[in-house]
Each structure stands twice: as structure tokens, then as C-alpha cells.
Design a protein. Structure first.
Length: 213
């Protein structure tokens, strides 16, 4: 079996994209607005998990520069290397969140920006539930997705073949609440990545809280 075939499909895609992904997405105003809402509620020096941390920008960088302790995880070795070099104020690990042990209530907040789309619906549901348990009671979860009713759809993303699964906005919000989280804000936007092959994409940003027990 080729080495590429043994890796998670997302790792293959994002190893190939590398810095091009950051150029296309990192300056998204809706993404930065979502981070702003999170920062308004975070206590100083919070411990934050960034799932699918990519190149580290803008999420890990924004949080680290605000004084928070950030751990980023990503399945792409190329992305982890880029992030470690670009955001030295955060820690980054090569890991698949589906297999990464997460201790109960071990983070003040978790971010997952567009990091679930190459998982099955069952995997996405299980991961969100695990992330909800990984934040302390009163902790925050910021998630973003492309809200479409699609399952195992073959597509081309920035020139790379991908298999995409997602939920409608209503279904994804329900998934989050069923994980035991209370949605504090829900914002939808249309964003066109800065890439010649890009098309406008609907984006959904949720900020939720694990209620105190």
C-alpha cells in the first residue's frame, strides 16, 4: 500500500495545498468576526484546543497573540510544520482528532473551523460530542462548517479531489445542542476564497457553551 493511501484523506489534500489554503481563507472577515466573539468571552490565559489547526493562521495566531495557551492538532504534516514556524507562541501536534484522547473538562475552549467536512456524519457527531465533553463546564466551543445537505459527495476543492459530507445549518445546530451545548450565536455568511478555482461558499459559524453542572 502506498504511503499516501495509509493517510487520512484530509492529510493528503492539505499536504498538497499547504500555504495556498492560508492565502485563500486566512483573511476571511466572517472567520475573524467569529474569533472576536470567542475572545470577548474567554478569561485571560485560557487553554484552547484548535482542531484542524492548518497553517496556524488566523485561529491559533489570534488566540496566542491574545495571551491564550493554544494546542493545535492537524492530520497534515505539512500544515503542522507551517503552523509551528508561523505561530511559535502555540503548540502544534500531528494527530487525528477522531483518535486523540481528550480528557474530560481539560480545556476552557475548543475551536473547530471547517475541520469536520471530510468525516462521515457519524464521525462528525461523535467528534462534536467529544469536544463538548473536553471543555470544562462553562467552557466554549466555536465551530464552523459549510452548511449543505451532502453525504460522501466527490468534489474538487482548490484543484484537489475531496469527498465531502455535511449537514444543513438546522441539522448541524441540532447536532451541537444534542451534544450538550447551548448555542450562544449563529452567523451565516457567503465567502469566496482567494483562489482561481474557488466559488462562493456558504459558511456557518456557531459559538456554544457547555453549561455549568
Amino acid at each position: 500500500m502506498a504511503e499516501e493511501d495509509r493517510r487520512a484523506p484530509a492529510a493528503v489534500v492539505f499536504d498538497a495545498l499547504g500555504p495556498a489554503y492560508e492565502r485563500a481563507f486566512a483573511w476571511s472577515a466572517p472567520h475573524r468576526a467569529s474569533l472576536g466573539r470567542l475572545l470577548e468571552l474567554l478569561a485571560p490565559g485560557s487553554r484552547v484546543l484548535d482542531v484542524g489547526s492548518g497553517t496556524g493562521r488566523p485561529t491559533a495566531q489570534t488566540l496566542a497573540e491574545a495571551g491564550h495557551r493554544v494546542l493545535g492538532v492537524d492530520v497534515s504534516p505539512v500544515m503542522v510544520d507551517l503552523a509551528a514556524r508561523q505561530v511559535p507562541g502555540a503548540e502544534f501536534r500531528l494527530a487525528d482528532i477522531r483518535e486523540t484522547p481528550l480528557a474530560e473538562a481539560s480545556f476552557d475552549a475548543v475551536c473547530g473551523y471547517f475541520s469536520l467536512l471530510q468525516m462521515t456524519r457519524a464521525e462528525q457527531t461523535a467528534v462534536v460530542a467529544r469536544l463538548a465533553r473536553a471543555v470544562r463546564p462553562g467552557g466554549l466551543v466555536a465551530l464552523a462548517t459549510v452548511p449543505l445537505d451532502v453525504e460522501e459527495v466527490e468534489a474538487v476543492f482548490m484543484g484537489q479531489p475531496v469527498r465531502v459530507t455535511s449537514f444543513t445549518a438546522k441539522a448541524f445546530t441540532r447536532l451541537v445542542t444534542e451534544a450538550g451545548l447551548t448555542v450562544l450565536s449563529e452567523e451565516q455568511a457567503v465567502f469566496t476564497p482567494a483562489h482561481p478555482d474557488a466559488v462562493p461558499e456558504p459558511h456557518l459559524f456557531l459559538l456554544a457553551r457547555r453549561e455549568a453542572e
